[in-house]
Design a binder for this molecule. Structure first.
Ligand code: 13P
Ligand code: SF4
Length: 328
């Protein structure tokens, strides 16, 4: 029998004990949460069942705002690693736990801190704006963080005479540049989910459902953003489908958002935009989907795996996030 630490080192998460297998895990999670004064924060991309257990579900910006203001002793972050890390940067005295340490992000991975540091050195005297989908080390190299819901505001807050480096998402960077008219030096990174939607597949769906409205996340490439009637963060997309009179939407982002869209608008239809991959046309973020009820339970029970950040990096990463929150 492996110890908890050995299990985490080997697999990144804690497996359910044999003796816990017959428990009603949802009830147990609620009990543990109360006993330990824990709060469960979940992103819209995780499984619908987990979204329903969470205390708060939101987009990256709303989740970081919640993490900064919560009075809980433990933050259980049901999302991906950079999100839990952001919560820890904002609330260093709280215990922040993530059900599975393997829940990474291809976009954050597309921007290694050492390479980004070199990139910044090559372009001196620039203000560095980093998307929240980055590691703490990249945030520590940044002047101001943004999310997809406040990127226009953050870019517009930089005086006209300042030159800008924007990282790591090239699609978001180019989209924001086209909206604000600001020329920026953009890091060449992307999210493997959003960059792989199939333009032909979406147009085919539109042909089959001519009344449907195409909506997209700004991490999608330009051709998809161009054919979309609305582009926005996960929460902006949800709000749009709630307020818009249309009955059918083709949704070009991770299909986890459709859970909330259906809850808000039970009489409407949501078609997940197909991906390029013929074997998996579902476009799910496999990192977000690593979160499960079992891992959420074991994580709360053992209060591990825990997110820990070197204090010097944390302090440096705090400043650009705080600057963003003050502006939001
Ligand atoms: P939001 O900020 O819109 O929630 O997006 C997060 C994300 O990871 C998109 O892929
Ligand atoms: Fe990262 Fe893409 Fe998953 Fe969002 S959908 S968490 S950007 S890999």
């Amino acid at each position: 029998m492996k110890t908890i630490n050995e299990q985490i080192i080997k697999t990144g998460f804690i497996a359910l004990d044999e003796s816990d297998k017959n428990l009603n895990l949802i009830n147990e999670i609620q009990k543990l949460k109360k006993e330990k004064n824990a709060v469960i924060l979940a992103h819209y991309y995780v499984d619908g069942l987990i979204q329903d257990i969470a205390d708060f579900v939101g987009d990256s910006l709303a989740l970081s705002q919640k993490a900064a203001e919560t009075s809980a002793d433990i933050i259980v972050f049901v999302g991906v690693h950079f999100m839990a890390e952001t919560a820890k940067i904002l609330s260093p005295n709280k215990k922040v736990i993530l059900p599975d340490l393997n829940a990474g992000c291809s976009l954050a991975d597309s921007c290694p801190d050492k390479d980004f540091e070199e990139f910044i050195k090559k372009h001196p005297n620039h203000t560095v704006i980093s998307y929240v989908n980055t590691t703490a080390k990249v945030k520590a190299l940044t002047d101001i963080v943004c999310t997809s819901s406040n990127a226009v505001k953050i870019v517009n807050s930089i005086p006209e005479n300042e030159k800008i480096i924007f990282g790591p998402d090239r699609n978001l960077g180019n989209y924001i540049s086209s909206l604000t008219g600001r020329k920026m030096i953009i890091w060449d990174g992307a999210c493997h989910v959003h960059s792989e939607f199939s333009l032909e597949g979406i147009l085919e769906q539109k042909k089959l459902n001519p009344e449907a409205i195409i909506i997209a996340h700004p991490e999608c490439p330009k051709p998809i953003v161009t054919i979309s009637e609305f582009v926005g963060s996960t929460s902006a997309l949800i709000n749009y489908t709630k307020k818009n009179q249309a009955k059918t939407f083709i949704v070009a982002t991770e299909p986890g958002v459709i859970h909330e869209m259906k809850k808000e608008s039970p009489d409407k239809f949501f078609i997940p935009a197909p991906g390029e991959d013929a074997e998996c046309a579902c476009s799910e973020c496999e990192f977000m989907k690593l979160n499960s009820t079992e891992k959420l339970f074991t994580c709360l029970k053992y209060e591990q795996p825990e997110i820990l950040i070197d204090e010097e990096i944390r302090k440096k990463a705090y400043k650009p996030i705080k600057r963003m929150l003050d502006l939001s």
